[in-house]
Ligand binder design. Structure first.
Ligand code: AMP
Ligand code: ZN
Ligand code: FE
Ligand code: FE
Length: 293
């Protein structure tokens, strides 16, 4: 496919076609699902996938906005797992009503809430204005450390959300508490059993060697992994080519997205990432065909 081979900034390049990795206020993004879809229309995207952490609840509002604005909205999710290090698995075209998925997500959200409540109590004990029931009312279902970081930043205790995260809630810091992470096998299998396509997210985030990354891919494939995120915010042409080569070698579907979080990650723009991102619509067509959509 010649179109896919064009450099993102080359003349005639089909830029900014789709973005398959987007967070909303349903998890730790700062744009509502409807706002993200409106933004997608404004910048000329054809399609976006909503991939909130551990919840699909943002999809319905986004899909409704997509109908009105003529933007294709793909249902998705991003599940945190562990394989030595924290690994994220994306799931596309999951049936949100799936009886396989519901109990797993409910368990994850419950566990998050238990951990979060204790974190809020630690902060309140230091005299900080944290009340977990208020956080639930403000932030919704899938609350995580980024929400605490946002509030600490808003209280003037850090220079940015990222700075607040590193100062207060990163592992080893004062208010960090762990949560239970579901096994990677369960994450991939649950996505498959729910009719979804499981995709390995942002592979360079795990700081693995080529041999280690291959081992991770092969392990996940044994449990049903079907794709890999090959284009991602900040990944250069060489990194992208390496990942696309790996995907082709393993027969994995290629996906790409920005990991847009709105004001929580201000350096990342929808569709264009850090400026270099360019995900072709043809990749979504193949993903849909694989999911029988
Ligand atoms: P949690 O799942 O609540 O323990 O929070 C972990 C999530 O925080 C990860 O999935 C990341 O998306 C996010 N995260 C990790 N590091 C940072 C950071 N420095 N700033 C903002 N968000 C972060
Ligand atoms: Zn996030
Ligand atoms: Fe992620
Ligand atoms: Fe993400």
């Amino acid at each position: 496919d010649i179109r896919e081979g064009k450099p993102p900034h080359g003349e005639g390049a089909r830029m900014r076609e789709i973005d398959l990795h987007v967070h909303t206020t349903a998890s730790d993004g700062t744009c509502t699902p409807a706002e993200v879809v409106a933004l997608a229309q404004k910048i000329g995207l054809k399609a976006i996938a909503i991939t909130d952490h551990d919840t699909e609840s943002g999809y319905f509002e986004a899909a409704e906005a997509g109908e009105k604005l003529g933007i294709e909205v793909v249902p998705g999710i991003e599940i945190s797992t562990k394989y030595g290090v924290a690994v994220h698995i994306l799931g596309y075209f999951i049936d949100p009503q799936s009886p396989e998925l519901r109990p797993v997500l409910d368990w994850v959200i419950n566990d998050r809430n238990d951990r979060n409540r204790k974190m809020a109590e630690l902060m309140a004990a230091d005299g900080l204005p944290f009340d977990y029931d208020e956080m639930r009312a403000r932030f919704g279902e899938s609350i995580g450390r980024p929400h605490f970081a946002r509030m600490l930043y808003e209280l003037g205790l850090a220079e940015s959300v990222n700075d607040a995260f590193q100062r207060y809630v990163e592992k080893g810091q004062k208010y960090y508490l762990p949560r239970t992470i579901i096994p990677i096998e369960m994450s991939v299998e649950t996505i498959c059993r729910s009719g979804g396509i499981a995709v390995l997210a942002h592979p360079f985030q795990y700081k693995k060697s080529d041999a280690e990354l291959r081992e991770l891919i092969e392990h996940c494939m044994a449990h049903g992994l079907r794709g890999m995120e090959c284009r991602y915010s900040g990944y250069d042409a060489q990194q992208t080519a390496y990942l696309e080569g790996l995907a082709e070698e393993y027969g994995l579907l290629k996906t790409g997205g920005s990991d847009f979080h709105g004001a929580n990650k201000p350096a990342i723009s929808l569709g264009t990432g850090k400026g270099e991102l360019n995900v072709p619509y043809a990749w979504l067509e193949r993903l849909k065909a694989a999911a029988h959509k």
